[in-house]
Design a binder for this molecule. Sequence first.
Ligand SMILES: Nc1ncnc2c1ncn2[C@@H]1O[C@H](COP(=O)(O)OP(=O)(O)OP(=O)(O)O)[C@@H](O)[C@H]1O
Ligand SMILES: [Mg+2]
Length: 267
Amino acid sequence: MSEVLLRVQELTQQFKGVLAVDHINMDLETGKIYGLIGTNGAGKSTVINMISGNLFPTEGQILYEDKPITHVPAAQRARAGIARTFQNLRLFEDQTVLDNVITASQITRTYTLFEMLTYMPRYRREEKEFAARSLQALQTMGIEQYASYQADSLAYAFQRRLEIARCLAIRPKLLLLDEPAAGMNPQESLQLVEDIRKIHQVHPEMTILLIEHDMKVVMNLCEYIYVMASGRMIAEGTPRQIYESEEVISVYLGGSAHRIGKQTAGE
Ligand SMILES: Nc1ncnc2c1ncn2[C@@H]1O[C@H](COP(=O)(O)OP(=O)(O)OP(=O)(O)O)[C@@H](O)[C@H]1O
Ligand SMILES: [Mg+2]
């Protein structure tokens, strides 16, 4: 039987004058790929911000491995295995590709400053492990050949992959991807689908929550889909159920089911 890794209960975010997320519920089971879709401004990124701890909810709670984490800081959640990418790239542009990933992985370090300065065994052991994991993460994302390049010299689609590699290096249990294919052309988006599939194969125990505008990507990849509109969760189900949902078709797709197969990134 599958276990629920993350449970979101009545989660709400009220910004000044905007009810961005309105009492939503989600159950994410271990090892599954979930999609979160919805129109612009529906509240999707706000949901991810609350799950990652970059933003605290105004109401509701978040349970991770059956424990409440609603007000736990983001860094502590990352150490507990919740990793995320941002809708807009956030890389260390002047670092190498490999250093970008190593820096991200160091959030899980247990060595002290003293151990680092005195080059103690625990420091050396962990740093070796971080370097190995980071290289493996680059391999999973197919960009290991660029390890020594400066991050901002990579093509845009590879920078997007690098951001995901940074997440993989902390060996997350929950991977939150906020529009990883944003700004990619259709071919690059399809390649990214294959990369995410590969992540799922290499790490079958990892749970993935993907925000994505490209319906082809979501329908191809996700086992279960949540649909938001104006802060509310208007539907959830398998790709087939979502494809056939009258409410989704009328609210999200503007009344044309036909568009499901045609929508592309950025629409
Ligand atoms: N920090 C903030 N302060 C005030 N309002 C905000 C803030 N962040 C988001 N909002 C508002 O909350 C609503 C939800 O925004 P959010 O970014 O979560 O939507 P989204 O579904 O991710 O949209 P998109 O598809 O455009 O990325 C929007 O009306 C947005 O303007
Ligand atoms: Mg967003």
